[in-house]
Design a protein around this ligand. Structure first.
Ligand SMILES: C[S@@+](CC[C@H](N)C(=O)[O-])C[C@H]1O[C@@H](n2cnc3c(N)ncnc32)[C@H](O)[C@@H]1O
Length: 306
């Protein structure tokens, strides 16, 4: 039987808990205070996110810089490419509604979110983490601060919810809730130029046209007959979704948009994108935590349609 396996969870995949911002670049509140000044005008992803593309931005920036007037990111996550490009105009989309609500709250009320996050920082403990994890909060700002707090202190920055939609990741080892690299004011400024969409990728991708650059970074599902299927989120990105995505990408390219797709280096992906764009394989070091035998170089693929 053919089964669809989330590539992120395959042995040599990204691994749950790939940190968008490597721990080596995370700075404690007490350390390196002068970095605050250096980063005063910079904006970097403020979340850790499985499958985050900091490595692509750092190692292959030429791939993400075609001429464009508007940027579209249908699978936003922590927005590594968005923060690198800092576009003048953008459409940002993700099916994770809590994630998009967090960006929205920063856009509309970053001071409130920051102040609530500082309060979480002061109170953080194991008991506090589990108490916050189950709280149903009323305001968008408090839910945003809760989202960032849990993201920074949970196990490896993983986002996982149970069948009732409740976040259920255990506490991790990180204790810094407020980071010296935080710059919510600049994030908010950048977001003023963006439309944020909580929903399916097609809503954003179907709007792409000439003049747009679309960065497409879906969950890495591949056609696979392995039995290790792991359901790690309420919505699995199915193989049918991968086909639907390929069709939406092809249509956007036909309308004149420039599109860059990332995906697993796998024959099934190669087959469905044959003729859609240039297939380029990329190597990088895997940073999966845990099993040392799973570390090492492995391949990803980008499909460059411009
Ligand atoms: C690989 S991550 C994107 C990582 C991002 N490029 C970064 O740098 O952090 C894939 C994202 O797709 C989102 N997603 C899953 N299914 C989706 C769908 N049908 N439409 C839109 N977003 C979806 C997930 O919530 C997740 O944030």
């Amino acid at each position: 039987m053919t089964e669809v396996l989330p590539y992120d969870l395959m042995e040599n995949g990204d691994g749950i808990g790939l940190t968008t911002l490597p721990h080596s670049q995370r700075i404690s509140v007490s350390e390196n205070r002068d970095l605050k000044e250096k980063t005063a005008n910079s904006v970097i992803p403020f979340l850790k996110w499985a499958g985050g593309k900091r490595w692509l931005v750092d190692k292959h920036s030429s791939l993400i810089s075609p001429d464009h007037t508007r940027f579209i990111e249908p699978f936003l996550g922590s927005g590594a490419v968005f923060f690198k490009l800092q576009p003048e105009s953008a459409i940002l989309c993700d099916k994770n509604e809590s994630l998009i609500e967090t960006y929205d709250a920063i856009k509309n009320s970053w001071q409130k979110v920051e102040s609530l996050l500082k309060s979480h920082h002061r109170k953080h403990s194991k008991e506090y983490y589990y108490a916050v994890r189950v709280k149903k909060l009323k305001s968008a700002e408090s839910r945003a601060a809760q989202f960032i707090y849990l993201n920074r202190t949970c196990w490896n920055g993983l986002y996982r919810v149970n069948l009732n939609g409740q976040f259920n990741v255990p506490i991790g080892t990180k204790t810094n809730v407020v980071l010296d690299t935080d710059n919510f004011e600049n994030v908010a400024k950048l977001l003023q130029k963006c439309e944020l969409i909580p929903g399916d990728f097609e809503i954003a991708l179907n709007r792409a046209t000439a003049g747009d650059f679309v960065f497409v970074d879906p969950p890495y599902t591949v056609k696979h007959n392995h039995n290790g299927f792991v359901k790690y989120n309420e919505h699995i990105f199915s193989w049918e979704d991968q086909i639907r995505l390929r069709d939406a990408v092809s249509a956007a390219v036909a309308r004149g948009a420039k599109v860059l797709v990332t995906n697993a280096y796998h024959d099934s992906i190669r087959e469905i994108y044959d003729g859609v764009g240039e297939l380029i394989e990329l190597s990088r070091s895997s940073v999966i935590a845990g099993k040392s035998e799973a570390r090492g170089r492995y391949e990803e693929m980008v499909i460059k349609c411009y």
